[in-house]
Design a protein. Sequence first.
Length: 179
Amino acid sequence: MEALAARYAGRAVRSAFIYTREAHPGENFDFHSSMDDKRANARAFKEHSDIKRQILLDSLDGGAHRAYGTAPNMTWIIGRGGFVFYKAAWTAVKDVEEALINAVDFQENRIKNEWVPFYSERAAWSYRAPDKFKEGLERAGPKAVGDYAALAAKRNAAQKADPEAMRIVPGNFYKPGED
């Protein structure tokens, strides 16, 4: 996302990262008990991940996270006047860039074209590099590794018990609270 943000920085596009909560808390990066904790974790994340974008801190009770959807790693493209161009429950750079191209094209050409907005939904796929994900869990601490392993075992058992329950259908590919 950093490279994408840099490519569009000169085209009236502002990209920010909203730090909401620890997705996989552990001994090293636990649940936030104060804004000072949250600020320290956000700084560590920024340094470790080499984030160049502005990082905005959500409130301690997660007001922005709840307002914009509680899925992890969400991406929104919001235009002038608050028009939502794009909303995804996961960040896939290729998918985000396609939506961003369309949003910028609309913003730059809206006067000379007669645009008619419409709503669409689709599934997109993002590759999660297992080594990078594991590295992030290990960085958080053994508790995060253990918690995620227990969740994966629970999901695997549920899938073996009822393969249809894990089939990808609208509304069934992500279950809030299981992240």
